[in-house]
Design a protein around this ligand. Sequence first.
Ligand code: FRU
Length: 510
Amino acid sequence: MKRVLFCFLTVLINVILFAQADTTPTPQWRPVYHFTPAKNWTNDPNGLLYLNGEYNLYNQQNPFENFWGHMSWGHAASTDLIHWKHLPIAIPENISGGDTTWIFSGSAVYDKNNTSGFCKNDGCVVAIYTAHSPNRRNQSQYIAYSNDGGKTFTNYDKNPVIDLNKLDFRDPNVFWYEPGKYWLMTVVIPDEHKARFYSSPNLKDWTLLSEFGPQGYTGANWECPFLIQLPVEGMNAKKWVLVISAAGGERGVFEQYFVGDFDGKEFKNDNPADKILPLDYGDTYYAAIPWNNTPGDKKIYTGWMIPNAQPTYPWRGQMSIARDMSLKQTPEGYRLIQKPTAVITKNLDGLSANIVSVVGLKLNNEEINIDKAGKIKGNAYWLDATLSVQSNAVAGFKIAQQKDADGKVINETIIGYDAASKQVFVDRTNAGGKLNENALKRIIDVNSSTIKLTILLDKSSLEVFVNDGEAVLTTYIYPGEHADKIAAFATGGSAEIKNVKIRDLSIVGK
Ligand code: FRU
């Protein structure tokens, strides 16, 4: 038990201790357009599956308490990836004969051709997850099937389907690999920094294809891997991407990706083995996995936002916005592009209570409130902006802001571009709440004269997308209840906010 949990706990130990102690309700920080459980703890997204018009979001949940434990698969569903319907626990912790098995992370597939033989109707849902047995000191891969559209699951009576007799072996991610006509599983041996690929005709019998790693970042245990083939923007080409999470080392909460080729057996990294490609520049994005069975086979994924030290109650932990994934060719090689998914953005105006638009705002060493009419209230909004910043100037936005009568800042989060250092930054020094001290200011190198920012603030959750998804920074802030002003600023010179559009999404939760 101890060893299995050590990686997870080194990251979360403070968080968990805080959470156990604190039951002060924090409705002011409950996101309205991101998923949070109705109550209690959540971590990784599991089994993300589109089926019959709904996105089924399973997730690591503690059904009883607001901290990690009793891991089970929670369940919610949504038609638009914004409004979530909470459903009963789909796969509960399995207690029998004085022993308990926790349902760790994994994936779900729609077995439309009944390859598994489990389906009563045309097709059925099969979940592939890690069974974690603290007493037997074992993690192995299990399957369970559902003939009621993914609401309830029955464990396969011949589980486990893969067992290496290891304490650490987890997080299977499965999809149908059409060229080989088999199910393909990516799974990790965390402490060896290895991903393994397996194939199966029926989700029950698995054959080892190959191993990948150690490569890239190995400063912490590898977790929650997935392999995906992505389109390259503007080119008639596709490349394979392998994503791996690793938290608790010198990089804190970290997720990396490798770009390369997959021939049905082996993944070959395009880059040198020691090249590290970060997926997100913040301190919270983790354990992301893609959605299976999406309309048009769209490549969409969602990650967990691992809590900062600030307690929240009666829930703890949330999911990121769902993101469309693609690649872009750059002089340095292929790089990941992530944008808030078009499933959501196609209807953003329809979700908005109020919209504020400003064009051609020139700033010269000044700070201007851009919502003078006070139309955007309550820190749940979506801000899109294009900025042009003169060399040596720093410009951008101060959000979730409150000042006292003397103009002294009580709370603010600064998101800006520093033209001299060519860096976008997010400065949470005065953001409010108990934050990760080592991540108060985060930077992203961006070399372009015009900067596009998409800022998703949802009460306490903050995602900053730079230049149409070339970089993303995901984090938390915990502003005071009256800290909701939005200002544009320029220091050290001049800048132009060419346009900014803010959509108030506070009615989403109503
Ligand atoms: C990642 C993780 C997974 C594991 C799950 C347990 O956050 O540690 O490796 O399956 O959480 O809750």
